[in-house]
Design a protein around this ligand. Structure first.
Ligand code: 13P
Ligand code: SF4
Length: 331
């Protein structure tokens, strides 16, 4: 491995001239028995070359059952870590090690450990958008797809700390009638959607339904016709009779929306402050670190690889398995 790769966190080799990058990626997947898992927030071309596209829950479930030897996670670091926790014997690759998550960064394991020591009576429920070190300190993990069911699985009088997303936590308190203590974390993409822009767009498209991710602020969620995970938002639009939607989540999801519902109109809601001409600030800059070039090189050199200390992995596995058990009972 070259020193420059290590410094960059990805393989920075140019792609050989004249190759068809998409078919080369697919060829390497066949050759190496590799599977590409992609989140709905990645670029459309990444979603199109992937074996499976899904939300965080579906991606974890898919990793748990794959028979591939190599998993390439086109998403962010905590997703690749979750795959490694679930599949210790597989090689888990992430095309760019810099693909972090601003929300996961708001909860450091040492801060959570300190809090737990001071409040031993609290159970800890953690959003999947956390490091494996944080998951290892929790009782159960949730994703935006199963958070309600997981929280409902606790006795009504249980003292719960929900970390790290205060918006998702506040939304869960509202719909479950709980009073969970909330960690003060948030996602830089979902926190910047503008209430004023939604109101303006609603005036322009009076029949449009507002679809929002629960990581958005409560004022945004109050305006939503439907609140759900990326997969739930997609499913809602697929089964709903309306034809126009204002989409209040990362704009990568529009790729699958337009592909699977070509006769419907999906309008991405812009953030509060437009960050200049051609602003793409309703994109997650971490998710967009996954490019076709990095994916190609990552498969070719089987690097960067995500690995975990075995004791940490075992500790993080317990709350993830608990979540998967509750999810399996959901349908
Ligand atoms: P989903 O659970 O909907 O995949 O969301 C993950 C995420 O990172 C949202 O910002
Ligand atoms: Fe993290 Fe927000 Fe990006 Fe989701 S959109 S991966 S929560 S930074």
């Amino acid at each position: 491995m070259k020193e420059s790769w290590k410094n960059n966190g990805f393989v920075d080799e140019p792609i050989p001239a004249g190759i068809d990058i998409k078919s080369e990626i697919r060829r390497m997947c066949e050759e190496k028995n590799a599977v590409i898992l992609a989140h709905y927030y990645t670029a459309g071309e990444i979603q199109d070359v992937a074996d499976f596209v899904g939300d965080s829950l579906a991606l974890a479930q898919q990793a748990a059952k794959t028979t591939a030897d190599v998993i390439v996670m086109c998403g962010v670091h905590f997703m690749a870590e979750t795959n490694k926790v679930l599949c210790p014997d597989k090689k888990v690759l992430l095309p760019d090690l810099n693909a972090g998550c601003s929300l996961a960064d708001t909860c450091k394991a040492e801060d959570l450990a300190k809090y737990k020591k001071e409040h031993p009576e609290y159970k800890v429920v953690a959003y999947v958008n956390t490091s494996a070190a944080v998951k290892a300190l929790t009782d159960v993990v949730v994703t935006s797809s199963n958070a309600r069911q997981v929280v409902d699985s606790f006795p009504k009088d249980e003292k719960i700390l929900f970390a790290p997303d205060k918006n998702l936590g506040g939304y869960l308190n509202a719909i479950t009638g709980r009073n969970m203590l909330l960690w003060n974390g948030g996602c830089h993409v979902h926190e910047r959607f503008s209430i004023e822009k939604i109101v303006e767009l609603k005036a322009q498209y009076p029949d449009a339904k507002v679809l929002a991710h629960p990581e958005c602020k409560s004022g945004v969620l109050a305006l939503a016709d439907y609140v759900g995970s990326t997969a739930a938002i997609l499913k809602f639009a697929q089964t709903d009779t309306s034809t126009t939607y204002l989409v209040v989540t990362e704009s990568g999801i529009l790729h699958e929306m337009q592909k699977s519902m070509p006769n419907k109109q999906f309008i991405p809601v812009p953030p509060e402050i437009a960050m200049g001409a051609g602003c793409s600030c309703n994109e997650c800059d971490y998710m967009r670190m996954n490019t076709m070039e990095k994916l190609y090189n990552c498969l070719k050199y089987e690097w960067p690889e995500v690995s975990l200390d075995e004791t940490l992995r075992e500790d993080a596995l317990r709350p993830i398995e608990r979540m998967l058990e509750i999810s399996a009972q959901m349908k």
